[in-house]
Design a protein around this ligand. Structure first.
Ligand code: GDP
Length: 309
């Protein structure tokens, strides 16, 4: 008998927290994770895929759990020297992290695609679920502020999300095709879970890949999303500001409206319980649960709740 497939759409830190709980509830081999690559960036001559790395390090138990990104017990000696030569020293690449970026860049030079490289890295690090970059074509997210347009990572890390955002650009998205297998998994999956990730620059980027949103719209009754916004603010990061910058309210209602075309089911936080009828009026089945994942038990409880719905 063929096993059920669970398909997950993921950004970085928020997604990794949920996925850590999910692998305690379902068979890891049944899990396929489509990861945003719009944050990818080339620095120090190296190819860096922040969201893929966060999910990979989390699933291989190598992640720095306090930060939610980077390797545990990493050092920053190489970066200290690189700062003499590059002004991109704001990107906090640790020594162990840089080893991954070197290996990935070498594989790119040898002609492998992003999805093949991801598989090779995951195999070596003992990651059991299948990680699939949303697209093999390069996509880069840029943030427009009043004074300049900058790469999302520069806005996020160097500027700590401080500048006012007036728009978001997804460079290369017109050429981006879904990696082989993604559309098949969308059809076959028992459930499709949209992680609590940034709706605009993580999930929104994935949804812009050619044909992906249309495929999800056809199966929206099996799509379940978890709100990354609780009581009108994000747990971490700029999702609330970015929602407003593209004309949506910063609340779980705003997220529901943003996902409306692909969403059959939405999990909002208990704290937002009074907003449930508003979301149900959009034609979305809505459930309340404690979605704040402050420890592994809470991650697992949330994952079990979503799987059992
Ligand atoms: P990042 O870009 O690497 O930070 O990662 P993501 O795109 O995956 O996620 C960021 C989003 O996850 C933010 O909007 C956070 O509010 C949300 N998030 C982080 N932790 C939690 C949590 O414990 N519960 C919920 N509901 N959302 C969370």
């Amino acid at each position: 008998m063929s096993k059920d497939i669970y398909l997950v759409l993921a950004g970085g830190v928020g997604a990794a927290k949920f996925i850590e709980g999910l692998v305690k509830v379902i068979d890891q081999e049944s899990l396929k994770i489509i990861v945003n690559t719009g944050d990818d960036i080339e620095l120090f001559g190296l190819k860096i895929c922040p969201d893929l790395d966060i999910i990979t390090y989390t699933l291989s138990n190598l992640v720095d759990k306090n930060k939610g990104w980077g390797f545990i017990d990493d050092t920053f000696n190489c970066l200290e020297i690189l700062k003499n030569f590059y002004d991109s020293g704001w990107f906090n690449a640790g020594d162990k992290d840089l080893a991954i970026h070197i290996y990935r860049t070498d594989l790119f030079k040898r002609g492998y695609s992003k999805s093949e490289i991801t598989k090779m890295i995951c195999e070596k690090l003992g990651v059991k679920p299948l990680l699939i970059p949303m697209s093999n074509e390069p996509v880069e997210t840029y943030i427009k502020t009043r004074t300049e347009t900058m790469h999302f990572e520069e806005y996020f890390i160097k500027h700590q999300c401080a500048p006012e955002v007036i728009g978001v650009e997804f460079r290369g998205i017109e050429q981006a095709k879904p990696v082989d297998g993604i559309l098949e998994y969308i059809k076959k999956a028992r459930k499709i879970i949209v992680c609590p990730s940034n709706p605009i620059v993580s999930i929104g980027t994935i949804l812009r890949v050619s044909g992906l949103k249309e495929a999800l719209m056809k199966v929206k009754e099996k799509v379940y999303a978890i709100s990354p916004i609780i009581k009108g603010t994000t747990v971490k990061g700029p999702a609330d500001k970015l929602m407003k910058s593209v004309g949506f309210e910063a609340s779980c209602v705003g997220v529901a409206k943003y996902y409306k075309e692909i969403l059959g089911n939405f999990i909002i936080d208990n704290e937002d319980g009074k907003l449930k009828p508003i979301i149900e009026n959009l034609g979305i089945n809505t459930y309340c649960f404690n979605t704040l994942m402050t420890n592994i038990n809470k991650k697992e409880e949330l994952a079990r709740f979503v799987i059992n719905l």
